[in-house]
Design a protein around this ligand. Structure first.
Ligand code: BDR
Ligand code: CA
Length: 306
């Protein structure tokens, strides 16, 4: 059993909701709690609760976290479509009274070596936990992060681009990557290969299952909003690799995050280091990852490598 806390900016894209759905539909995963981060954390908490309702998982507890960046020195970027296709005005969606940071610290420290933190939004909550209780780094089982870009070229240079979760709060990201905690980093260069299309949306819709239908509606809204015909499954890959590590190829590295206000802010600079603390994903079996996601949601055959 993998015991997780899912720290999410659900609503920024449909992939957070997909990650939560995959976790809820995977018996190997025990969700200790869902924590929300970045901007309108109350709206995000309501979204997570609504997903839990659709998934008939009233046991999934949700805690709202920090609504600003770690230093409060950066604008919050909200797309404006958060909640579209999921929430209605008359939804009564209560979530827990406790702050996400308190919940994470108490849960991790209360069960040393047991809890995996899965971070699929900006790293503000996790950084705040590490400031309040630095021993989180030694007591967490691992931190699986969707964030950053570290594709190494033949010359060992990283790509000079940035990724949303890191660039939104690079100070927080720097603190987390430097904490010494065991980290798995699932970067954009890898997750961009994990995509679904109208075909998968239709398959979800056709199940008639309320959770899948909600996901299908959100994907449809996303197609309209982004004027895209594919939807990127960045965040679900973090959950998928907890189910099957052979989906990804990783290498040990150290990650430095640029966090000053020059143009390179948010870049994740990767250095190969066999004793590094970060397992960086460099490749993914994307067909098998999407297969696993769909099998779990649709309830059919389980991925071949499991
Ligand atoms: C990340 O940014 C968010 O919008 C997605 O949900 C994902 O976590 C991808 O860059
Ligand atoms: Ca996200």
């Amino acid at each position: 059993m993998v015991r997780i806390i899912l720290d999410t900016d659900i609503g920024s894209d449909v992939d957070d909701a997909m990650a939560l759905a995959l976790a809820m539909r995977s018996p190997e995963i025990q969700i200790e709690g869902v924590t929300t981060v970045y901007g309108n954390v109350d709206l995000r908490a309501k979204m997570a609760r609504k997903m839990a309702q659709y998934g008939k998982r009233d046991d999934v507890r949700v805690y709202a976290g920090l609504n600003r960046t770690l230093l409060g020195n950066r604008e919050i970027w909200m797309a404006g479509h958060e909640g579209d296709g999921l929430l209605t005005e008359d939804d009564k969606l209560a979530y827990e009274d406790r702050h996400a940071v308190d919940f994470i610290i108490e849960t991790v420290m209360g069960q040393p070596g047991e809890i995996t933190l899965v971070a699929i939004g900006p790293l503000t909550n996790i950084a705040a936990c590490l400031i309040r209780e630095p021993r989180i780094a030694q007591n967490v089982k691992e931190i699986v992060i969707m964030g950053g870009v570290t594709r190494l070229g033949d010359n060992g240079m990283h790509m000079r681009v940035v990724e949303h979760n890191i660039v939104c709060d690079p100070e927080a990201a720097s603190l987390v990557f430097n904490s010494g905690a065991p980290i798995v980093m699932v970067g954009l260069d890898v997750t961009l290969k994990v995509t679904i299309t109208e075909e998968e949306r239709r398959r979800l819709l056709d199940t008639g299952d309320p959770l899948n239908m909600a996901l299908a509606r959100m994907i449809g809204k996303w197609f309209e909003f982004a004027k895209e015909e594919i939807s990127y499954m960045h965040d679900p890959l973090t959950i998928a690799l907890l189910l099957d590590r052979t989906l990804v190829r990783t290498e040990k590295m150290n990650i430095r995050v640029e966090y000053d206000h020059r143009p390179q802010t948010g870049q994740t600079i990767a250095t190969l280091d066999p004793s590094g603390t970060v397992d960086v994903c460099l490749g993914v079996d994307h067909a098998r990852a999407v297969g696993l996601l769909m099998d779990r949601l649709i309830g059919g055959r389980v991925g071949s490598a499991l």
